[in-house]
Every structure is written in C-alpha cells, then in structure tokens.
Design a protein around this ligand. Structure first.
Ligand SMILES: [Zn+2]
Ligand SMILES: [Zn+2]
Length: 453
C-alpha cells in the first residue's frame, strides 16, 4: 500500500493525501493553505500524475481540509466524494465564501488566476458528493468489499470524522483533526482502538505542553471570569474566532455561563457574517450530527448583531461589548484584522485569544507582543502600538499531545504516519511515540514523495 503527501511542506497547510491499494486510488481531504496565496495555497495535484483517483473522503469542512475540493474534483470528475451530511452542508457555505474571498484577493493581491473556482462550479460539485452515516462501511472501489471505508466521530467540529480504510486485509486509520475531550458543544471523539495497522495521525499541538492540572472546565471558568471582569470595567472585548467551530463553541459557552449565572449583566455581542451563516447551518442540523446541548438554537440563544466586511470600518467600538469575529488568526482582510488596530490601541480594551494561532500570523504577533510594543497587523500599513490587555486561553478543538500519545498507545499500530503539524510539533511526536509504541515504525512523510506503508 502506498501513501503520498500532496501537502507542499511539513506544516498545517493544504492538507491532502493519496492512498493507493491495488488498483484503487483514494484521496483524503483537499485543503487550502490558510496563509499562502496563489498556487502555493493548493495541494500539489501534479503528484497525481494525471491519473486522478477513484474515490475521495473528506473528513471535515475546515478550510485547510476542504478549501481546494473543487480543484481536486477536476482531477477526477466522476469520482464519488464521501462525507457526513453536516460536512456537506458546511462545506457548501465554506466553498462559496472562499470564492468571495478569492475575488477580493484577485484585486488586492494582484492574483489574475483568482478565484481558483467559481460559484457555479461549487454548485455542480454536490452531484458527486455521497453523504454517509458514521459507523456504516461503504465501498471506495467498484468491486464490492475490496476497499471499504467507515467514518468515526472525531469530536473536532460539527460533522468531523476520522476515516478507517480497509483493504488487502489491513486497516488504515486517518484521524483527520480530532479532539478526545468534550468541548462545550462537541462531544469527545469515538475512535476505533483495535486492529489498526497504519495510523495516519494529526500532530497540531505537539509543541504545546498542557500545564499541570489543566482541565477544559477550569479553562472555561477562567475565560468567563476574565470576560466578566473586562465587561465590569466597561471594556470592549475582541475575541478572534474561526467562523466554523469556535464561533459556535463560544456562543454555547456564553449561553451556558449566562444561564448558570457565571456571566452576569447585559453586554453587546457582534458575530461575523460567515460565523452567523455557519451557526444557522449548525442549528438546521440539530439532531442529525453528534453534539452536546442538542436542542440549543445557537443563533437565537442570546441577543447578537451580525456584522459583515463592508460594515466593519464603520462599526463602533463600544463599551461592554464582545466582538466574536473571524478570523481566529486575524488574517489580513478579515473582520478581526480590520477591527484589531482600534482594539489594540485602546488601553481600556481587551483582546482574548481562545484557540490556536500560527506564530507567523497577525494573531501570533499580537500574542507575542509586549504591552506598549509595536505589532504588524497588516503588512500594507504601519505597525500599531499594543495598549490593550491581551489574554490567552486554551479552548482548543484539537486533542492535546498527551491525548494523541495515549490513543497511539492503545492502538499500537505497526506504522504511524505523522501529518498536520509544524516541524517542532511533528518532532515532538517522532521523539515521544517510540517510548509508548516501541514496536511501531514512526514515519514523517516527506511532502511530494510516495512511501510504502
Ligand atoms: Zn479542522
Ligand atoms: Zn486541520
């Protein structure tokens, strides 16, 4: 069996992997790099050698997994693409939004090839999408039972899965992005632990040790306590969030805290347009995808205003107001980036980070900045002086490195393939896994090379 890493570098970029077994070629995910632009933002499809693939499995609808799906499907227009119903519904929103973003980037970044695909193309894609339930095996080849796949709840975002491929009497399990603990909205992953020969594993948090005594619940309490204190001071609070996943988690968390009395008094709340759209999709999928608080309608659980890109420049920065806007990494041209200078330069304001940021992203720069220090938020503009308070919380949608290590320890696969991590994160797993899986071969798949697994 062969495995090819189509991602262009060892990083969390345009995640895309080819699995070849016998005559069957299966593509796993097809993401777009969250920071790169142009051809470097896409997987290297030239590695498919013009031979396409027979089937594709999409684990979830985050941009770094779904963003280049239309380009992948051009390589194999007749191949079925398997995913959960929730992933399909959210991918549709994400891909149409991506067309809009690329149309803006075409002018702003001078990229004549953008958008890389059109709204019409996205509309047509759904003909090849096959919606599958968790725990129900399906065929990936024409020959019944020869190559099958089964999806398992990954507990990461709504609809997220890990994919178990069975072929040649062996089992290959690709974790996708996973969380082994309950979040506010998502339930912990339910992953298989037996008879896995090859484990393809994400390594996002390999470089992030978990502090002694840390629990999700205590971190949620710390966040709500800090937010209450900021609101009591009358502060405007920027919480940069991913539109998909973190926005819904945050709404569920705020709702729960208001209900329990942990968060008191009224406050203004703004959410971004894409975040609101995905929140509405999440509400529509109630009862049809695993989650906690199954009856809760997130879009109407508390008063909130929706703000779009065009309104952002005029948006007032108000006291006692939470701005839960994307992107989580404050990427240029996003709502959180546009709002950032006014928040950062305001000594009364607070900026609260709740998830992962690439150290090279504007959010990464803010997090590393000193009080009064200069931060580059937008390369085309002057740096801003950071006078606001910056707080950091770990409400990650990804498994801790210890959680992933523990999972590998239970599985004891013959081979472990490390993906979806920056080099220090991958390096940590490459060092630690042999201690808990002494018989496993640990592989860091070089981008662009085909390896035997
Ligand atoms: Zn993800
Ligand atoms: Zn990812």
């Amino acid at each position: 069996m062969k495995f090819t890493n189509l991602t262009r570098a060892e990083e969390i970029g345009a995640n895309c992997y080819l699995l070849e077994t016998g005559n069957t070629r299966v593509l796993l995910d097809s993401g777009m790099h969250p920071r790169a632009a142009g051809p470097l933002a896409t997987p290297d499809f030239s590695l498919l050698g013009g031979r396409g693939f027979d089937a594709m499995v999409l684990t979830h609808a985050h941009q770094d997994h779904v963003g280049c799906l239309p380009l992948a499907m051009r390589q194999a227009p007749d191949a079925p693409v398997f995913m959960t119903e929730a992933t399909a519904a959210i991918s549709d929103v994400m891909l149409h939004n991506s067309v809009n973003v690329m149309m803006r980037q075409r002018e702003e970044l001078g990229l004549p090839d953008y958008p890389l695909f059109s709204h019409r193309e996205v509309e047509r894609l759904a003909d090849q999408w096959r919606l599958v339930d968790l725990g129900r095996p399906f065929d990936l080849s024409d020959e019944s039972g020869a190559v099958t796949c089964e999806l398992f709840d990954a507990g990461h975002i709504l609809g997220s899965t890990g994919a178990l491929v069975r072929a040649e009497g062996r089992c290959i399990f690709y974790t996708g992005d996973v969380n082994f603990e309950d979040q506010t909205l998502m339930r912990a992953a339910k992953f298989p632990e037996e008879n896995i020969d090859v484990l393809i594993m994400e390594t996002t948090r390999g470089d992030s040790p978990v502090p002694e005594g840390f629990t999700r619940k205590s971190e949620e309490e710390r966040f709500i306590g800090a937010l209450q204190a900021a609101l009591d001071e009358g502060a405007p609070v920027l919480v940069p969030v991913f539109a998909l996943g973190k926005t819904q988690e945050l709404l569920a968390l705020l709702h729960g805290a208001r209900k329990s009395g942990a968060l008191r008094g009224g406050f203004g709340l703004y959410v971004g347009g894409l975040g609101a759209k995905i929140t509405a999709t999440t509400d529509n999928l109630r009862g049809r995808a695993p989650r906690r608080h199954g009856d809760l309608k997130l879009a109407t659980c508390m008063p909130m205003e929706v703000v779009g890109g065009r309104d952002m420049a005029q948006l007032p920065v108000l006291p006692r107001t939470v701005y839960a806007v994307s992107s989580g990494m404050m990427t240029e041209n996003t709502l959180s980036n546009m709002l950032a200078p006014r928040i950062l330069e305001d000594p009364k304001a607070h900026c609260m980070f709740v998830g992962y940021s690439d150290p090279e992203s504007p959010a990464g720069h803010v997090r590393a900045s000193a009080d009064g220090g200069e931060v580059v938020i937008d390369r085309r503009r002057h740096p801003v002086k950071r006078r606001c308070r910056v707080d950091q919380f770990t409400l990650s949608a990804h498994a801790t490195r210890d959680g992933l290590l523990d999972y590998a320890r239970k599985v004891q696969p013959a081979k472990i393939v490390l993906v979806h991590g920056d080099p220090p994160a991958v390096g940590w797993f490459a060092r630690e896994l042999p201690k808990v899986c002494p018989r496993s071969e640990v592989i860091v798949p070089p981008p662009g090379q085909t390896i035997e697994v």
